[in-house]
Design a protein. Sequence first.
Length: 175
Amino acid sequence: MTAKTERYSIWFRPKGEEAERLQALISKLAKSYGGPVFVPHVTLVGNMYLTSEEVAAESQRLDDLAQSMSRFTVTLEEYGFMNEKERCFYILAKPMQIDQIYEQAMELYPQINDEYFRAMPHLSLLYGDYPESTKHAIINSNPLSPISFEAESFDLYLTEGYASTWHQIHSARLH
């Protein structure tokens, strides 16, 4: 019998006031447009399929990565959108600041180069399928001033199923 695998992701998330501000915007957009509510995050590694037995080893590997890195600043400055459910509407993260983080993490997670997260670091605000006119209306009614936050940890999340059910499994503090 084969062990069941579930989807996991590694995120870095805003904390404190910036997290509250972003969570309020995500909740507002979800309510207005019928999308799911989810935790504000930038994905480091996505779509890892693990069995429950592999989660402990993955948590240790994440601790090892976090031990080798310092906290870093993430700056979010510009809205963007695509015709993809989970990259429907987002704020772009400055790639030059984050690229070094992805580069270091590749040693343990070589799939980073295969994923689209490194190519376009972002913090999603709305998931779903909406016309471009709706996305422009969101931009026009929600002026954006730059947001910066210090990434303090890498968090392993179970991202199987609906976004509203995703939850943190492990947190590895950066130094």
